[in-house]
Write a protein that binds this ligand. Sequence first.
Ligand SMILES: Nc1nc2c(c(=O)[nH]1)N[C@H]1C(S)=C(S)[C@@H](COP(=O)(O)OP(=O)(O)OC[C@H]3O[C@@H](n4cnc5c(N)ncnc54)[C@H](O)[C@@H]3O)O[C@H]1N2
Ligand code: MOO
Length: 390
Amino acid sequence: MISVAEALQDLFALVTPLPAQDVPLRDAAQRVLARDVTARRDQPPFAASAMDGYAIHAADHRQGASLTVIGEAAAGHGWHGTLAQGQALRIFTGAPVPAGASRVIIQENVTRDGEKITITDAQDSGSNIRPLGGDFAQGTSLPAPRHLSPNDIALLAAMNIASVPVTRKPVVAIIATGDELVQPGDSPGPDQIIASNSYGLAALVAAAGATARLLPIARDSIASLEQTFALAQGADLIITIGGASVGDHDLVGQVAQSLGMQRSFYKIAMRPGKPLMAGRLGSAAMIGLPGNPVSAMVCGHVFVLPVIRKMLGLGAHPAATQTALLAHDISANGPRAHYMRAHATAAGVTIFERQDSSLLSVLTQANCLALRPPHDPARQAGESVQIVPL
Ligand SMILES: Nc1nc2c(c(=O)[nH]1)N[C@H]1C(S)=C(S)[C@@H](COP(=O)(O)OP(=O)(O)OC[C@H]3O[C@@H](n4cnc5c(N)ncnc54)[C@H](O)[C@@H]3O)O[C@H]1N2
Ligand code: MOO
């Protein structure tokens, strides 16, 4: 059995970043920026008023000054003369500040009588003018790679980038296997259960920026598995769930190999997740996950997500970890790395008592996985532990 780190390296070797494609800005949120993009204009493109008030000459900024209002500038409607001393321009937030003006006095600090204003308060120190290019200058770049957040979309729009180069979404085919499975909403027979982790994995990979193709459940027969693998044609990554262990009905590895899968590894020193397998199948990478629901989901976080991130051009990195303090004592770990469902708060990390890999209800209560390395000795409350936030 290989280690988690070795398995991850082998998995990274199976995939390369996908090519870039241009998408309309409206579709770029949550995609990964594939190339640096640069601002096509300065923002603001002119010195702009930050307030509603009057643009004035620096020399006129004193209490009691009386000035003549000679025009008006609003957002989208500039006044294009030059302001002289003794003059004021009525101006609104977002309007271009005219030549000659060096500050905007807010309207609360003047009184107005016809075309005359008198400054009643000259205490404010700021100019209330946003300089040309004060947010960004033409040519300013947003560097790739980058997961585009809603904030980034606003910035790209302001930069006048209407078409955004993003990495193509990986297509992930997900195959649940087993005679015992029915789809959620179906009526299970007496020996049947509902397929669950296939849905969880579809949600997981979609949230990471991939397109999930949830294929029909494959039955525990060579013919059914072959048929379902055929439906995965065109996917970048094929994920199978179940049928990975040593039982007589665990046929996934055998069928994948008969279809030409070049196995990279089978079995890892990890709990849950021992019967993990991976390889290349045609033009796709394949990851065979264990069927136990929590094993499949944990392997999704620890292996599938990093692989998808690499395909998206975000680099080859393991799931991010943090250091936290144990809230209680724990006993020594065995020979496999143990990814334990746990709950972390500012007070420390509590590792749940029940860790059987069938317990999805415990996974839902967890907000992290506490990572126990192989043969980690017993630890006491207050000692540090690595966690993978979920
Ligand atoms: N003799 C041994 N038996 C087992 C070993 C072993 O080393 N020696 N390993 C155990 C471990 S660890 C795991 S994990 C499981 C994994 O087995 P499989 O990948 O072959 O999974 P299945 O047998 O098909 O299913 C296990 C369990 O999970 C349920 N399941 C499967 N798919 C789904 C699904 N899509 N949604 C919900 N539940 C699913 C299935 O009904 C079984 O209960 O093997 C151990 N055995
Ligand atoms: O390694 Mo299995 O994935 O514990 O249940």
